[in-house]
Every structure is written in C-alpha cells, then in structure tokens.
Design a protein around this ligand. Structure first.
Ligand SMILES: Cc1ncc(COP(=O)(O)O)c(C=O)c1O
Length: 390
C-alpha cells in the first residue's frame, strides 16, 4: 500500500488557510478586509522594479553561485556596517530563497535528526513545522508577560537540564506579537547559549520595522550566531522569494553544499533587483510610517471594541490580542469573523498550541483605509455578538 510519511504530516499554517478561504469568498464577490497574512500592501520599491525590468531587457536570467551573486553579498555585508556598525565579510553572507530556505539550510547544517531545539511560544508556526518535518524535536517554551513575552536565559537552562538542547531560535521583533527583545535580555540569552554550547539562530526578518525602540542584531553580541533575514517585510518583496543568512565560518561550506543541492541558487532576477532595495530608503520609510499610523489607530481603537489586551507592539506589523473575554475558541472566533464581519484574522492556534485558543493575530500591514474599515466592522460585529449573549 502507498503511504504518506508521518514527518510530512505537519500542522497546516492557519494564516494561509484563512487567506485561501478569504480569497474564495472574495472571488464570489465578498468584500473582505485582510488582516490575516503578514504581507506588505505596497509593491516592491521603484528602484527594485526598475532594476528587475533592466535585468529582463539585458538578457539571460540564469543560475548563480549557490551563495548568491557577489555584488549582492557585498551590499548585504555593507548594510551591517551602515545599520548596526557591525563588520561582516561578504564571505559570511549566503543569499537564500526567502528566509524560509534559510531555516532549512540552518537546521540541516547545524543539527542532527532528533536534536532538541527551543522555540519560544507564541512564535512563527513554520519553525515548528519545518523542524518536525526534518525529524528534530521541538521544545516549545512558553513566554510570560513578566518577561515582556520573551525567552529568558533561565528558561533555556531549565530546558537544557531536562535534555540536552542543540539550538535556540528566536525572532525579534516577534511574529505574532511584534515584541522586541531588549538588548540586555538578548545578550543574556546569547551568552547562555554560548556557555552551554547551543547554537543561537536569530530571525531578524522584521528588522527595520520598529516603533518603540530599535532591534539589535545578534551579531553585535556574538560572531558565533546564525542570522536569518529577508527582503520580504521591510523591503516589501514577499513574492520575490529572496533573503539571506550571515554565517559563522564553521557553517559556511555546509550551507553552500546544501544550497547547491536543495535550491541550486536563489532566483537571479530577485538577486539583481534586491541590490536596489538598499537605495530605496525614502520610499520604504514612507511605507513604514504608514504602518506606524495603522498601529496608532489600532492602539487607540482596540480597547474600545473589546480587543484592548495585546502584547507590546514594538515592531513588525502585528497585534496579538487576548480574546478570552469574548471566546474560548479563537479558531471559531476567527472563522465567524471572516464569514460574519468579513474581516480575515488569524487564530492564535497557529502560534501557540496550548494557549492559542485565547488569542488572535491582526496584521496591520494593509492601508489606513483598511484599518479604519476593519475597526468599524470588528466593533460592530463584537457588539452584535455580545448583544446575542446578554
Ligand atoms: C518570523 C518570520 N520568519 C520568516 C518568515 C518567512 O518569510 P520569507 O518570505 O522570507 O520566507 C515569516 C513570514 O511571515 C515570518 O513571519
């Protein structure tokens, strides 16, 4: 009998499922406000589009070196000096097919099947899914309000005592909460990993999208960490599938060989275009200012509509709201919100298996018009739901 592998039977990515359902409804004529997927509403910046058009006219789009074209790796290395004052050599940079490919490459290069990897929860669901598909053991560590919903050194030590841990992966700013780790908290986590011989992987995909204070790159704390980043979010290039890693020397050749066989190379057109993203700061900052206005709208309006209990929205473009006063089943809540209020939101079960039933995530990456409409619809819908109960 033909069977499907158990390791391939991973959990669905619910935000994508909600988007698929919302798209079916929209194709039937429904007017949906999208707050489910973390995707900038704006297209890639103008210099990126122009560079891509020129590359298409100029000619052949082919494979590149597995680690990416040298000019892009040089430009990424320069970005670390410009933004963080950290010296990075182009040799340390690997260009990847989105940060998603970076996870596969990092997990395969650093870990053996069966190794235990810590993920703070709530967190981005694909980490858990990729790790389990690769036969790694996910150690989910619940974060707490008193730690600003961030992983702590003590929690790492406790998990390591229960069974040797080989890796820790965090995103700061975080998805789904937007919370940024304060510099001292990040430093103590990285120092603890170094002391215990645990790889530290830093997903810095939301860097550039900060509102409260700037996120620090883990590289400023230690040269032994693995950085994963992407052009998808700040640079508005989700569909171009292009990201990068900064690697310690030890991991470089392994990532190169894995990349050769898994992907050959990241798309060349996207590589050429991505170089121009670093010259689009004015345009990108204007887009970020729009997210800032959306965030301010939500911070002001959500308490008035019963959604005022959310984690610190320091960065990224998400609000992770506790909806336990309204429901004990956020999956059902999100489903009804889509079909009844026509607002697509993501249930917390995507991000936190044990506590997610109490939370929903709203993305504010859309337009200000979308935000105002979403607040209006959500407010009316929640008032209507409450009136049915009373
Ligand atoms: C925290 C985090 N990491 C990685 C990704 C994947 O991004 P990419 O488009 O670079 O593959 C996402 C996408 O939403 C994300 O939220």
């Amino acid at each position: 009998m033909l069977t499907i592998s158990k390791r391939g039977a991973i959990q669905p990515f619910l935000a994508m499922d909600v988007m698929a359902k919302a798209n079916v409804m929209a194709a039937d004529g429904a007017d949906i406000v999208h707050m489910e997927v973390g995707q900038p509403g704006a297209p890639a910046p103008q210099p990126v589009l122009e560079a891509a058009q020129k590359a298409l006219v100029d000619g052949r789009i082919g494979y590149t070196d597995a680690l990416g074209i040298l000019p892009l790796r040089e430009r990424i290395a320069q970005h670390y000096m410009e933004r963080y004052g950290v010296s990075v050599s182009p040799d340390q940079v690997a260009v990847t097919t989105g940060s998603s490919a970076g996870f596969n490459l990092a997990f395969l290069a650093l870990f053996e099947a069966g190794d235990r990897i810590i993920l703070p929860s709530p967190g981005y669901p694909a980490y858990r899914n990729i790790l389990s598909a690769l036969g790694l053991e996910v150690v989910e560590v619940e974060t707490r309000a008193e730690d600003r919903w961030c992983l702590t050194a003590d929690a790492i030590r406790a998990a390591h005592l229960e069974g040797s841990v080989k890796g820790v992966l965090i995103a700061s700013p975080s998805n789904p909460s937007g919370t940024i780790m304060e510099a001292e908290a990040l430093q103590s986590v990285i120092e603890t990993c170094e002391e215990l011989g645990i790889w530290f992987i830093s997903d810095e995909i939301y860097h550039g999208l900060e509102y409260s204070f700037e996120a620090q790159t883990a590289l400023a704390i230690s040269p032994n960490v693995v950085i994963i980043n992407s052009f998808s979010k700040y640079y508005c290039m989700t569909g171009w599938r292009i990201g990068w890693m900064v690697l310690p020397d030890k991991a470089r050749r392994s990532v190169e060989c894995l990349g050769q066989s898994l992907y050959i190379s990241a798309p060349m057109l996207s590589q050429v275009a991505a170089m121009a993203a670093f010259d689009a700061t004015e345009e990108l900052e204007a887009i970020k200012a729009g997210y800032g206005r959306n965030r301010a709208l939500l911070v002001e309006a959500l308490p008035g509509i019963g959604l005022g209990d959310f984690m610190p929205m320091d960065g990224a473009f998400y609000t992770y709201c506790d909806v336990s006063k309204l429901t004990n089943d956020s999956m059902d809540f999100a489903n009804r919100c889509l079909t009844e209020a026509k607002v697509a939101i993501t249930p917390g079960a995507d991000f936190d298996i044990t506590r997610g039933h109490r939370f929903v995530r709203l993305s504010f990456a859309g337009t200000e018009v979308d935000m105002a409409e979403a607040i209006k619809r959500l407010g009316a819908w929640i008032r209507w739901k409450s009136s049915l109960r009373s």
